[in-house]
Design a binder for this molecule. Structure first.
Ligand code: F6R
Length: 244
């Protein structure tokens, strides 16, 4: 695992966006694996800025998002569909029909999981997958104890995950209890992975990722089974490593 320690969130976001831009310039038909949440917001802002200043062409790019809440319509402002449009897709020239996100509001979630994994295999795997990390080590919404071989599936979100994400909702009770997520096995199909972590809140998780055992209790540890992973961390999230 390559590790890059950046000064702060700003530098982390710039570095992450430069990975995306480099990939798209190298291959204008790239498939990007994208994450939501607070961490990649700065990255997407940078991507939009470089798109505007340098005219990087996303018209041939496809994207596959990691996850979506169960029960939220794609026009719901809390949905990840909405998030991606608001923070990225509406501001670059990616084609709507090239963007893929699981559908959390469907009659058969089981069928949706199969359909989404099929899309990953058909248009993917991602050339570059962006990941954040949960305080409990989740990647995508793969909570502790998820099989490293898992494909797209439905998860019951941990209370701690719902609490961490409650900041995006009016109240904790509004946070959905389930999500549909690419599995750990699906994520590991990606050709290259960059995992972003910022802030003191993530310091324990980064310590466990780098110095703890590889086991299903800590989903992100599966990344040690992939040979093209780069960890982009800021000093705050890396602080427990530096102290040793
Ligand atoms: C979001 C996702 C999650 C987040 C993680 C960290 O698509 O897959 O794994 O990356 O929950 O979230 P933030 O960045 O809000 O701390």
């Amino acid at each position: 695992m390559n590790i890059k320690v950046l000064k702060d969130y700003e530098e982390l976001s710039q570095t992450a966006s430069s990975y995306i831009e480099h990939q798209v310039k190298k291959n204008p038909q790239s498939v990007l694996g994208l994450a939501t949440g607070g961490t990649p917001l700065g990255t997407y802002k940078q991507v939009v800025q470089s798109y505007q200043s340098q005219g990087i062409d996303y018209s041939g790019v496809s994207s596959l998002n990691l996850d979506e809440y169960v029960g939220l319509d794609k026009n719901d402002p809390q949905s990840y569909h909405y998030f991606m449009k608001e923070h990225l897709f509406d501001h670059i020239n990616i084609q709507d029909e090239h963007t893929f996100i699981p559908n959390g509001k469907t009659e058969s979630l089981f069928e949706e999981c199969k359909r989404y994994e099929g899309i990953i295999d058909e248009i993917g795997p991602p050339d570059l997958q962006i990941l954040g990390i949960g305080e409990n080590g989740h990647i995508g919404f793969n909570e502790p104890d998820t099989s490293f071989e898992s494909m797209t599936h439905i998860v019951d979100l941990e209370v701690s995950t719902r609490q961490a994400n409650a900041r995006f909702f009016n109240s904790f009770d509004d946070v959905p209890k389930q999500a549909i997520t690419m599995g750990i096995g699906s994520i590991l199909k990606s050709k290259q992975i960059i995992l972003l972590a910022s802030g003191e809140r993530k310091a324990e998780a980064i310590k466990r990722l780098l110095q703890g055992p590889v086991d299903e209790q800590f989903p992100a540890s599966a990344l040690h089974h992939h040979n093209q992973v780069t960890l982009l961390v800021d000093q705050a999230s890396y602080q427990l490593i530096e102290k040793e």
